[in-house]
Design a protein around this ligand. Structure first.
Ligand SMILES: NC(=O)c1ccc[n+]([C@@H]2O[C@H](COP(=O)([O-])OP(=O)(O)OC[C@H]3O[C@@H](n4cnc5c(N)ncnc54)[C@H](O)[C@@H]3O)[C@@H](O)[C@H]2O)c1
Length: 355
């Protein structure tokens, strides 16, 4: 029997509620797929910080390397300084473990979930590769004369050739596995000169190493417009950290909502972290109404990453079936079912999908 050791960080707000259901689905699929899952829960987040003053120490981050994967719920609490825990825990894991790929499938399971007119599953099936360790998120910058009328705030945007090369190679490899064999790079090279580095790296790597992949390009402003108007134009997309952050939330709402969008923070071949893209949604916290499907699809991505493709497919089949057949009416919160009821539906369907 194969054993996987999973570090679980339920986090804040709705994080613990959706993570409980995601771990329940992981256990359900493990029982039919003959896998042993050993979970270790970490308490880090707002409550832990308020009690102990500890955010997320480097030793804990580096200690994650002994696990096969990490499952994160959500981080963020209105009682705590904006961004403090998000930077310590989410960015801490991304930078500390060098998780340079943020993988975001945007897949429409059923036309009724999409807010766009006349668009169905055949129009919305793309994968976004968001760069995850550079750009505006490196926290290089600061304040000068803070709190005075002469205040200056500076935040540096970092792009490196090494970062671009490894990002594009991952993206071209992914595009090669998909039927359309097309990779769209999204940037803002017309206004932000640093993207010239990306333009050259993309063309050189594509031309030399991936002549079989169609290279396509869009500026981020136009790309948002095209994603709404003609989402079928996109297949595999690669973009920067900040543009990817925004573009994938737009994608999430087109596929049905924040309750359905999952992501992988990946360093190929090393421990990687999987999470719903939503945050801690404080307004729903503790009410048993948040939708757990995004966290459950994060488990699906994790199983795929661990090489358990059949188990991953069973989870996706269960989620798709529940939505298409209307057993779960939507990816929203307060959809008539509790978080726990939705988890139970998927656990049952995972077993049916496996049989
Ligand atoms: N990766 C993360 O942990 C992460 C990501 C984004 C935001 N955050 C943090 O979360 C906190 C709240 O941020 P926010 O309000 O901007 O974003 P959010 O994603 O928490 O919530 C935005 C809205 O999305 C909807 N939503 C989110 N999760 C849902 C779910 N599971 N089911 C149904 N609907 C859902 C709700 O309408 C919610 O009000 C902040 O502290 C923020 O920094 C954390």
């Amino acid at each position: 029997m194969k054993t996987f050791r999973i570090a679980v960080l339920p986090g804040d707000g709705i994080g613990p509620e959706v993570t409980r259901e995601a771990v329940g689905v992981l256990d359900a699929v493990a029982s039919v797929a003959d896998l042993r899952i050993e979970t270790t829960e970490f308490p880090h987040g707002a409550e832990h910080y308020l009690k102990t003053g500890e955010t997320f120490p480097q030793e804990t981050i580096q200690g994650m390397r002994q696990y096969d994967a990490i499952l994160l719920g959500a981080i963020g609490d209105p009682r705590i300084e904006v961004g403090k825990l998000e930077r310590a825990i989410i960015s801490g894991l991304r930078f500390g473990l060098d998780l340079y790929i943020n993988l975001r499938p945007i897949k429409l399971f059923d036309a009724k979930l999409c807010p766009l007119k006349d668009k169905g599953p055949e129009h919305l099936d793309l994968v976004v590769v968001r760069e995850n360790t550079e750009d505006l998120y490196t926290d290089m910058g600061g304040f000068f004369k803070k709190g005075t009328p002469d205040e200056v705030a500076l935040q540096n945007m970092i792009l490196t050739r090494k970062g671009a090369d490894r990002l594009f190679r991952f993206s071209f490899d992914l595009a090669r596995k998909r039927p359309r064999k097309k990779l769209t790079m999204i940037d803002k090279a017309n206004a932000v000169r640093a993207f010239d580095l990306w333009t050259r790296a993309f063309a050189e790597i594509g031309h030399r190493e991936y002549p079989d992949i169609e290279r396509d390009h869009a500026y981020i402003d136009a790309a948002c417009m095209w994603l709404v108007k003609n989402p079928e134009w996109f297949d595999t997309v690669v973009t920067s950290n900040v543009f990817g952050d925004i573009f994938t939330d737009l994608g999430a709402v087109l596929q049905g909502g924040m309750g359905l969008a999952a992501s992988g923070n990946i360093h190929p071949g090393q421990v990687s972290m999987f999470e719903p893209i939503h945050g801690s949604a404080p307004k729903y916290a503790g009410k048993n109404v948040a939708n757990p499907l995004a966290a459950i699809l994060a488990v699906q991505m994790m199983l795929d990453f661990l090489g358990e493709e059949r188990a991953a497919r069973a989870v996706e089949t269960a989620v798709r079936g529940a939505l298409v057949e209307g057993e779960i009416p939507s990816a929203n919160a307060n959809n008539g079912l509790s978080t726990e009821q939705m988890g139970a539906i998927i656990r049952r369907r995972v077993k049916e999908a496996w049989a």
